[in-house]
Design a protein around this ligand. Structure first.
Ligand SMILES: NC(=O)c1ccc[n+]([C@@H]2O[C@H](COP(=O)([O-])OP(=O)(O)OC[C@H]3O[C@@H](n4cnc5c(N)ncnc54)[C@H](OP(=O)(O)O)[C@@H]3O)[C@@H](O)[C@H]2O)c1
Length: 133
């Protein structure tokens, strides 16, 4: 699967991206190019990295289209902090990808985001249990 990971060099991406490569995904990382993963991994040789500043691209109204134009099957978003930003990405990707997965803290922002976008399900993975809203 062609998988775009937004913010793939952070805490989660350091482990997620090599795992995706090892399971056969073609991975594209989107970041500002300022951070390196916490630890090296040979899988990164197979990852295409594209420098985009999401905040700047969101302001310019281009971010969603830039991600869509990469023709991903799956988009994993580790860098979604506002409802507007989420909405723009959903609108650009609707009907174009198989999955849009947003990783974030399960709090009021995410809950509001899901209600406003009206297309997401929340899966909360907690140490002792997992549940779905
Ligand atoms: N880590 C945790 O323990 C934890 C716990 C609960 C929830 N979460 C949530 O999970 C999500 C991912 O967390 P994380 O810990 O992996 O995040 P993180 O370590 O802060 O990683 C941020 C990633 O986003 C990139 N980035 C930062 N600003 C950007 C921008 N303006 N445009 C494009 N890319 C940008 C960074 O690379 P560059 O700096 O090079 O751009 C990096 O790849 C977040 O929503 C976080 O709130 C994390």
């Amino acid at each position: 699967m062609r998988t775009v990971v937004i913010g793939g060099t952070g805490h989660i991406g350091t482990y997620l991206v090599p795992h995706l490569v090892e399971t056969g995904c073609e991975v594209i990382n989107i970041s500002r190019g300022q951070r390196q993963p916490y630890q090296p991994h040979s899988a990164w040789k197979h990852v295409q990295s594209i420098v985009i500043d999401r905040e700047a691209a969101d302001k310019a109204g281009t971010f969603g289209d830039q991600i869509r134009d990469l023709r991903p099957d799956v988009v994993i978003d580790n860098k979604c902090y506002t409802v507007d930003s989420a909405r723009r990405l959903v609108e650009a990707l609707r009907g174009q990808v198989q999955h849009l997965i947003v990783c974030g803290t399960l709090n009021l922002v995410i809950s509001k985001l899901c209600r406003k976008i009206n297309c997401l399900e929340i899966y909360a993975y907690l140490p002792e249990n997992s549940h779905r809203q």
